[in-house]
Ligand binder design. Structure first.
Ligand code: ARG
Length: 498
């Protein structure tokens, strides 16, 4: 398009000098901006309503612009005229409908504060969805805990059976971790929910605008005070993406656990969350959880991309910022999906209580409890540890078929006692208490310290988990209600003009 062509007639935007050229598509964010199409319309509406209220734009013109915005909305993002971005394209579409006066929409603002506002406006919705997903996952974990308070299972360190726990204790451990992910996202949300609108390019405006009013119309909690910070800061994207990446890291551990448990026959994944092999008909693979595990990598990549883009950017606006936003979009989409899938996989899985019980005491996993018992009966803990270590070695040898000596873990302890203390075991401890300590169910029940796996200790954890889920659900629900109320109120204001 040449300058001459674009000067024809009322209503044609004259950005002619810069409107063509080989870098046009390189510069354009119009396609990616589809995500903020609705946000931009809301921001435009709030801004125009404020301009009219302040007497900066006549009510009649405001009405024409707002009517045009409704028509642009109906036509959709796909019908926008060409433009460097959605902000320019919507403005052009408004001018096409209203004539030159449509250009009054852009009084007292810049695309810099406009885009920053649009990103925050849209990101709030996305983060609310992510928050809801964390709450759904926590609910699923609480349900598992509720059902399996008594279901013993082996607990692992270094992938080796370490001490028996319960499925509920395991589930509550992840609920507590994801609870912190919810908290981090809520904290980030509070900082997203501030309005940059009215900062203009970065240095404010000569017009008598009302920034508090546009913030209110768009449902923001407050106004970002400094206009230079408002239009150029993207730390809200970074901290939220970091919080999402932390969540994804939590999810990857959860996914890995369930993959291992499925592999050991402890848990059966529902078919909905499994895949089969295209060649090996017997296979049922935990692909969904493998993807959940992998998304931690994407999220870490998002943080890296964003950090590297933002690092060293001078004040105020630089076009690099256009490339920052998609990292956050991708991360929030991926991590929300992963959270929902993890919740579904956990909620629909079947735990094999019998297999778990049989394995719970394997590998001398009750050894710590036996050592504690000996120490409680007066042996120095170090000596108790040594004695049980000897017994465990015998038990391991027996499992490997190396020693033919008698069968039980108790027998191994008896032999170790004679070896280490030169005494029979019963000189130091009641044999019945040893048998109890060797039993996984008793072992779990005896570890009733605060936060421990004993059913009563887990019941307390579960109760606070359920309380926290309820409170967070209420808070997120209120945040959603606030956004819906703001958007309904904005519509009302607009209706007074159109
Ligand atoms: N599409 C741009 C972005 O996403 C909008 C702001 C353009 N501002 C400018 N000064 N070129 O950042």
């Amino acid at each position: 398009m040449t300058g001459e062509d674009s000067t024809e007639g009322e209503g044609v935007v004259r950005r002619d000098r810069f409107s063509g050229g080989p870098a046009r598509s390189f510069l354009s964010s119009l396609a990616a901006d589809e995500r903020i199409f609705a946000a931009d319309l809301a921001v435009d509406r709030a801004h125009v309503v404020m301009l009219a209220e302040q007497g900066i734009v006549e009510s009649e013109t405001a009405g024409e612009i707002l009517t045009a915005l409704d028509a642009v909305e109906v036509d959709g993002h796909g019908s926008l005229p060409d433009g460097e971005d959605v902000h320019e394209a919507i403005e052009t579409a408004v001018i096409e409908r209203v004539g030159r006066d449509g250009g009054k929409m852009h009084t007292a603002r810049s695309r810099n504060d406009e885009v920053a506002t649009c990103i925050r406006y849209r990101f709030r919705e996305d983060v609310l969805e992510a928050l809801e997903a964390t709450i759904g996952l926590r609910e699923a974990l609480c349900e598992v805990a509720e059902t399996h308070t008594e279901t013993v299972m082996p607990g692992y360190t270094h992938l080796q059976p370490a001490q028996p726990i319960t499925v509920a204790h395991w589930a509550c451990s992840y609920e507590e971790a994801v609870r912190r992910d919810t908290e981090r996202l809520l904290e980030a949300y509070a900082r997203i929910n501030q309005s940059p609108l009215g900062a203009a390019a970065f240095a404010g405006t000569t017009f008598d605008i009302d920034r508090e009013r546009t913030a209110e119309l768009l449902g923001f909690d407050s106004v970002l005070a400094n206009s230079m910070d408002a239009s150029s800061s993207r730390d809200f994207l970074l901290e939220t993406t970091q919080a999402l990446s932390t969540l994804a890291t939590t999810l990857s551990g959860l996914a890995e656990d369930v993959i291992l448990f499925a592999n050991r026959g402890f848990v059966d994944l529902s078919d909905d969350y499994s895949s089969t092999s295209s060649i090996m008909p017997q296979k049922k693979n935990p692909d969904t959880l493998e993807l959940v595990r992998a998304i931690a990598g994407d999220a870490a990549g998002g943080v890296q991309g964003l950090t590297t883009t933002l690092k060293g950017l001078p004040r105020a606006y630089n076009r690099d910022l256009q490339r920052a936003t998609p990292h956050a979009w991708e991360t929030v989409d991926d991590v929300t999906d992963a959270t929902e899938v993890a919740a579904g996989a956990v909620a629909s899985a079947d735990w094999n209580a019998e297999t778990l019980a049989a394995e719970a005491g394997a590998g001398f996993s009750t050894a710590t409890g036996v050592a504690d018992l000996l120490a409680a009966n007066g042996l120095p803990f170090r000596t108790a540890h040594e004695l049980v270590a000897h017994a465990a070695q015998r038990a391991a040898g027996r499992a490997n078929g190396e020693t033919v000596s008698n069968g039980s873990d108790y027998d191994a302890l008896e032999a170790a006692s004679r070896e280490v203390l030169d005494d029979p075991l019963e000189d130091h401890v009641d044999p019945a208490a040893v048998e109890a300590a060797l039993d996984p169910v008793e072992s779990v029940a005896s570890r009733n310290s605060q936060g421990g796996p004993a059913p009563e200790a887990v019941a307390a954890q579960l109760e606070s988990a359920e309380d926290a889920v309820g409170a967070d659900e209420t808070q997120v629900g209120e945040l959603r209600d606030d956004l819906e109320a703001a958007s309904a109120a904005l519509r009302e204001e607009v209706n007074a003009y159109v």
